[in-house]
Design a protein around this ligand. Structure first.
Ligand SMILES: [Zn+2]
Length: 347
């Protein structure tokens, strides 16, 4: 008997190890814990992870600009400690992953596995020795910059900003890449400016990822990757996690939907193949409450997620199937590609 589409979706989700390579939940979790909330992940996020079949979540340490520079280290520690506390409160449902063995343990025990990452190395300020400390705390992925300048390099903006000339990777940034690779940490180029991107392509010896970036040829923003950059990343064995923000998907408020997101998957697949696409949704709808009206008004368009959270991943699966994607191709995009790189780089 021929399998119907909904059964096929369920089977693909059951068979896939779904990896979301970028989620900013720790900022929210740490904030809520400061106000006395407990089991924040279990109550606010876990139901969505389960409904979407998500297994591994890369949880970024992101520091808002208002805390720079003095509070960056403290805020980072606070976000990491809040993840530890959450895991202590729900030990049968989630764990931190420091190695590939941990990742496979999480998959086997059907727990959500969290991998810690930097979204900008501001917590290090200019002290490279601190990288080892963050490694010991579990950080395994190093996004060099957010959309601003730090000691490692320059960020790319969502829209044009008035400023002087940009630079590439600094001397500190070069040492940071070398030390991160030596320790077994993975370099992430999302948010880097073009000059920095090309520097990393020369400097990094191991595969590099863009955890949450789309294609500039479809949505023309500096935050997205040009075709040449996508090819260079793939040539180094890297993976690009597609981003569900309308600002990187279509740059237009009126037409951001799942189909636009799939256009980016299609484009990367056509350019470099299935092996180099992953998911890095960067879901932000739940965090919009933190932004003022003025901040939102200054953005190129009102930001929203074109896919409505982890619970809606089936919608993406349905869309990919309708465009003719095979089961094994979807499984690669959903997790196998990122797992391959984690296996290659993480120590
Ligand atoms: Zn980001």
């Amino acid at each position: 008997m021929k399998e119907n589409m909904e059964d096929r979706i369920k089977r693909i989700h059951k068979n896939s190890a779904i990896v979301d390579a970028h989620f900013d939940l720790l900022m929210d979790v740490a904030d809520k814990r400061e106000y006395g909330h407990r089991k924040v992940i279990e109550t606010s996020y876990l139901p969505g992870f389960i409904e979407g079949g998500v297994n591994i979540v890369v949880s970024s340490i992101f520091i808002e600009s208002v805390f720079l520079p003095e509070m960056a280290l403290r805020k980072a520690m606070n976000q990491i400690s809040s993840l530890y506390a959450e895991i202590d409160e729900s030990p049968d449902k989630m764990m931190i992953c420091r190695s590939c063995d941990d990742i496979f343990k999480a998959l086997e025990e059907r727990k959500i596995g969290f991998i810690l990452s930097f979204e900008g190395v501001e917590p290090l300020y200019n002290d490279l020795s601190l990288l080892r400390v963050f490694y010991e705390l579990g950080v395994r992925i190093v996004g060099l910059v957010w959309s601003r300048r730090n000691f490692a390099g320059d960020g790319s903006y969502f829209s044009n900003v008035r400023e002087g000339k940009k630079g590439g990777i600094t001397n500190f940034g070069v040492q940071l890449i070398e030390e991160a690779e030596r320790l077994g940490m993975l370099i992430d180029v999302s948010h880097l400016n073009d000059e920095g991107f090309w520097d990393v392509m020369e400097l990094a010896k191991k595969p590099v990822i863009a955890s949450h970036s789309n294609c500039r040829s479809i949505a023309n923003t500096m935050r997205n990757l040009t075709d040449a950059q996508i090819k260079a990343l793939a040539q180094k064995g890297g993976v690009i996690g597609i981003n569900a923000s309308n600002m990187l998907t279509s740059c237009r408020e009126e037409d951001g939907d799942t189909e636009h997101l799939i256009d980016h998957v299609d484009h990367i697949v056509k350019l470099v193949g299935y092996e180099h696409v992953g998911l890095g949704f960067d879901f932000c709808d739940d965090f919009m409450k933190y932004f003022s009206e003025d901040t939102l008004a200054a953005m190129p368009c009102k930001p929203f997620d074109v896919l409505k959270g982890h619970k809606s991943i089936e919608q993406l699966t349905r869309g990919l199937m309708k465009r003719g994607y095979k089961d094994d191709e979807i499984e690669m995009i959903y997790g196998k590609n990122f797992l391959r790189i984690y296996k290659e780089v993480l120590k």
